[in-house]
Write a protein that binds this ligand. Structure first.
Ligand SMILES: *Cc1c(COP(=O)(O)O)cnc(C)c1O
Length: 382
């Protein structure tokens, strides 16, 4: 097959162009590359806050950094628990460990791979501090139920929107239903500046904690004095300027991805063996297919032979079985995971092993790409 699928690791699958080049030149000519004194990152924060209708947007160096800031905002004591999902990028989980908190993995909805609020409710205990939900592949997570749970138990709800730029919820964009939302600008996301992240919140105190942590705990209004622990998670002006140019293109990226993804959903209608995601609000970072009867690994292999960028499972293994959770974390110490045994998550484990298939998606796909994917899936699943 001669049709090639543009992907996010090459210029044909990105929206990087003259605007980003001009943005970089503007920053370099200004002589100021640091966001502490520059204007680009502050402007990016203002633009993202406005787009999302959030009181605060705080830029940082990566999506993982943004998630670390969100855990800092939730302020767990060492050994406290944070409930999260076993199907996500490890950037969701690493910050929990970095704050000496314990990740507790709840099972997922087998139709979407997204945290099941009933599974979360069963795991809430005296040491639970927060719930971190992921809008997986760009699909809207059930945040209303999770927010109700969080409010009932006094927990912080964190929404990981790294794959979910402009995912639509009934009340606004994903990232605005919880106490903190996080975004990523890494190479493989909807828009990119190589690496970068943002947190969203309406809460002044959480915003203050996150800003301080991202800048070495340095309240610059008070001179050179450090009152809280922090690292350097600052975004540079170079990243900020490119991210601003990308942000202007975000609505177009979403519109293009949604148009072709909905075409594929339509083209797969009537197939019994595969279930595409529901289009409502979906940001289509990837195009997931669930095979309730299993066989995702075999199907992915056949699709790849036909030139379709499909992969099974998304992960090698669900994160409750990540080898790091059985290894020393700091020097020889496993604190706070001594004696830790992650609970089984049977639905998630079955998805990754047997039922989940993802197809790379891209704003530069055309009707031809949709037709090629549909024809290949129909060939094996018709
Ligand atoms: C990409 C991603 C992250 C981590 O973001 P980085 O910018 O790569 O650090 C976290 N969570 C999810 C769901 C992601 O897809």
């Amino acid at each position: 097959m001669s049709l090639t699928f543009p992907n996010m690791a090459e210029s044909a699958g990105r929206t990087l162009g003259e605007e980003e080049i001009a943005a970089l030149e503007r920053v370099i000519r200004s002589g100021m590359l640091s966001s502490v004194w520059g204007t680009e990152v502050r402007a990016l924060e203002g633009e993202v806050a406005e787009l999302y209708g959030s009181r605060h947007a705080i830029a940082c160096s990566s999506g993982t950094a943004a998630l670390h800031l969100s855990v800092v905002a939730a302020a767990p004591d060492p050994g406290d628990e944070i409930i999260t999902t076993p199907i996500t990028d490890f950037g969701t989980v690493a910050p929990i460990l970095a704050q000496n908190a314990v990740p507790v993995f709840a099972d997922v909805d087998p139709a979407t791979g997204i945290l099941d609020p009933r599974a979360v409710a069963r795991l809430i205990g005296p040491r639970t501090r927060a719930i971190m939900v992921v809008h997986l592949f760009g699909a809207p997570a059930p945040v209303d139920d999770l927010r109700a749970l969080a409010d009932r138990h006094g927990l912080t709800l964190i929404e990981d929107c790294a794959q979910a730029w402009l995912t639509e919820l009934p009340g606004g964009y994903a990232g605005t239903a919880g106490h903190v939302g996080t975004l990523s600008l890494q190479q493989w996301k909807h828009i990119t500046c190589g690496d970068g992240g943002l947190t969203l919140t309406d809460d002044d105190e959480l915003a203050r904690r996150m800003r301080l942590f991202a800048d070495k705990g340095w309240d610059r209004a008070k001179g050179r004095s450090h009152e809280s622990l922090g690292l350097n998670y600052r975004m540079t002006e170079l990243q900020g300027a490119v991210a601003r140019a990308q942000l202007a293109k975000l609505p177009g990226v979403l519109a293009d991805r949604r148009r072709t993804a909905v075409q594929l959903v339509e083209a797969l209608r009537g197939l019994e063996k595969v279930r595409p995601a529901r289009p409502d609000g979906h940001a289509w970072w990837l195009f997931p297919l669930v095979l309730p009867g299993g066989g995702a690994r075999e199907l992915a292999e056949k699709l790849r032979e036909d030139g379709i960028p499909a992969r099974a499972g998304y992960l090698n293994q669900t994160l409750n079985h990540a080898p790091v959770l059985e290894s020393p974390l700091y020097g020889g110490s496993r604190y706070p995971l001594e004696g830790y045994e992650a609970a089984a998550c049977p639905e998630a484990e079955r998805m990754v092993a047997e039922t989940l298939l993802v197809i790379d998606w891209n704003e530069n796909y055309t009707g031809e790409h949709v037709a090629a994917v549909a024809a290949a899936v129909r060939k094996y699943c018709g």
